[in-house]
Design a protein around this ligand. Structure first.
Ligand SMILES: [Zn+2]
Ligand SMILES: [Zn+2]
Length: 170
């Protein structure tokens, strides 16, 4: 997909906003009063899950969230195949059973293309920063292995990584 200069600038702006955010760990879900016609339920750890018809259809729990968070969810959806090889170091491995940074945004992509979104990353600067940076690198043409090495080196210090396998050589 061709990307306009304006889109690129917007993404850089989003990344800058995220990088400017304070690094805080994750809080657990705080319940919800979602009323959209999407199926919504709560995971055992309190994180909210919501089903939408496709990866282009963002969950309604983002509606009242700041635009950088919405944009990062959109990027995470577009780059889900990259993020599944990228660990998250916010502590969500031990605390939420996440296997990669993808799980902080997307619980499941079903065979019919529908998506079970997870609201964990809406409360987690580390998850957001890792995803935004990985997506930006992917759009700059970096390989998944290069992205993985960068994220490991940059975010490994924050906490225990999710048990994410190394990406295959490409
Ligand atoms: Zn997190
Ligand atoms: Zn995470």
């Amino acid at each position: 997909m061709a990307m306009t200069r304006q889109t690129r600038r917007k993404r850089l702006l989003v990344l800058g906003l995220l990088l400017g955010a304070l690094l805080t760990g994750c809080s657990s879900g705080a319940g919800s009063d979602e009323t959209a016609n999407h199926a919504v339920h709560t995971a055992p750890n309190g994180d909210l899950r919501e089903v939408t018809a496709s990866i282009d259809d963002l969950p309604s729990f983002l509606r009242d969230k700041p635009e950088p968070i919405q944009e990062t969810y959109r990027l995470a959806g577009q780059h889900a195949d990259v993020l599944k090889w990228i660990p998250c170091t916010c502590g969500c491995g031990p605390s939420a059973g996440h296997r990669s940074n993808r799980d902080c945004f997307i619980h499941e992509i079903r065979p019919d293309g529908s998506v079970v979104w997870d609201d964990h990353a809406t409360r987690c600067d580390i998850c957001l920063r890792i995803a935004a940076e990985a997506a930006h690198m992917a759009e700059s043409g970096k390989s998944v292995r290069e992205i993985r090495q960068h994220i490991d080196a940059t975010y490994g210090k924050y906490g225990p990584p999710t048990p994410t396998p190394q990406p295959p050589a490409s």
